[in-house]
Ligand binder design. Structure first.
Ligand code: GLU
Length: 393
């Protein structure tokens, strides 16, 4: 794959949905899906909606049987904990944070119960904004979620509401889910809502509003349509405007977004049966979007020089290991963008490094099994993983 002067020929090239052509169902060519469910779906009057969660779990299990990887982003912590703090009036930030501490446990317990009959293990990840916005932390969060997926677990994500205050908050789980989709290279983001998609106006106040089934891009005109579409739902914090904001993040990451009504017998499988939804299809794949980001937006903070063998191996699709490194310049931390250079000094590519410059300097030319002994801990197997690299054409 060619991005400006860079090539990207391997790595995270999962097959991606080309929903623009709509010959298949939205999930048929996807490999990884992020599903987001709102508070109004998982909670009612401060109690978990067990029956609905069972339906959601059984759809997720059905999709997993087809080989799809699913990450669930669920709201509901505040809604399930609020009454234990100060009744339904717990609206102060500290009260909501305390409510989340109580409700998150109830939420996870209800979700675990729903997956129990299927013998599927779930794992909880509570994120704060910096986990997806700071590259060093993003590498950590992504590695953990990858490991959860590889081990057959369904990761269940929420914002870490108990500690996240305004400056460090995503603010709503639609955006959080989009960031997760971006971080994990998901093909489809499903936003399960209390409305079956985007309408030309709020259908509750404009009965003649028309449903929009498919968009290839989002414009200011769509934002204008989205104001107040579920503003009176009362339990969550997202509305159609935040859903479109989330869809924009996903779109830029090569991920399609589906906005649909969650309150159905088959919240996910019904989408394949043609249940009404708005699809905002991606114009590119997650792999191309990531490559374009690496190629275009990252200014190298340092450089790693490779030997001939490593330069060749990278071109063949390998990750960069310590053994192939002959030098490092610059002072950078783990998560930095670095230039990858051939012995001649010519740029081979660019990547996000899993080690800081001081650590790399200590393991130059060493075999992977020596690296752990030298550093005193076991880090990532590669200095720069192939998924985090673009090569110069
Ligand atoms: N993280 C919040 C919760 O679990 C919900 C945020 C949202 O509704 O978007 O209660």
């Amino acid at each position: 794959m060619i991005v400006n002067d860079f090539i990207f020929a391997f790595g995270i090239c999962r097959s991606s949905v080309s929903l623009r052509f709509m010959t298949d169902t939205p999930f048929s060519s996807a490999k990884r899906i992020v599903v987001k469910t709102g508070s109004a779906l998982v909670a009612e009057n401060g109690k978990p909606r067990h029956e609905w969660l069972e339906k959601l779990a059984s759809d997720i299990v059905a999709l997993r049987r087809r080989g799809l990887q699913i990450v669930l982003v669920s709201s509901g912590a505040v809604a399930l904990g609020r009454q234990s703090v100060a009744g339904s009036v717990a609206n102060r930030l500290d009260q909501k944070q305390a409510a989340a501490a109580i409700g998150q446990l109830r939420l996870m317990s209800a979700i675990a119960t729903a997956f129990e009959p299927h013998d599927v293990t779930i794992g909880q990840a509570l994120l704060t904004l910096s986990d997806t916005e700071i590259r060093r932390r993003w590498l950590n969060a992504r590695a953990t979620l990858e490991t959860l997926l590889e081990s057959g677990t369904v990761p269940v994500i929420n914002e870490n509401d108990t500690v996240a205050t305004d400056e460090i908050r995503y603010g709503d789980n639609d955006r959080l889910a989009a960031r997760v989709a971006q971080m994990m290279g998901a093909d489809v983001l499903v936003l399960l809502s209390d409305i079956d998609g985007l309408y030309t106006a709020d259908p509750r106040s404009h009965p003649d509003a028309a449903h929009i089934p498919h968009l290839a891009e989002l414009t200011a005109e769509h934002d204008a349509m989205a104001t107040g579409a579920n503003a009176d739902a009362g339990v969550g914090s997202g509305g159609m405007a935040t859903k479109l904001a989330a869809a924009r993040i996903a779109h830029a990451a090569g991920c399609s977004t589906l906005i649909t009504l969650g309150n159905r017998d088959h919240p996910l499988l019904s989408i394949e049966d043609g249940a009404r939804a708005t699809l905002i299809s991606a114009a590119t794949t997650p792999a191309s979007a990531r490559a374009a980001w690496l190629a275009g937006h990252l200014t190298p903070e340092g450089a790693i020089t490779l030997d001939e063998g490593a330069a060749k191996a990278l071109r063949g699709g390998a990750s960069l290991l310590a053994v192939g490194i002959t030098g490092v310049t610059g002072n950078f931390e783990r998560g930095a963008a670095v230039a990858l250079k051939a012995p001649s000094g010519k740029m081979v590519g660019k990547g996000v490094t899993a080690y800081g410059s001081a650590e790399i300097a200590r393991v130059i030319g060493r075999q992977s099994d020596e690296v752990e002994a030298i550093l005193g801990y076991r880090g990532r197997p590669a200095i720069v993983h192939r998924d985090d690299m673009v090569l110069v054409r």
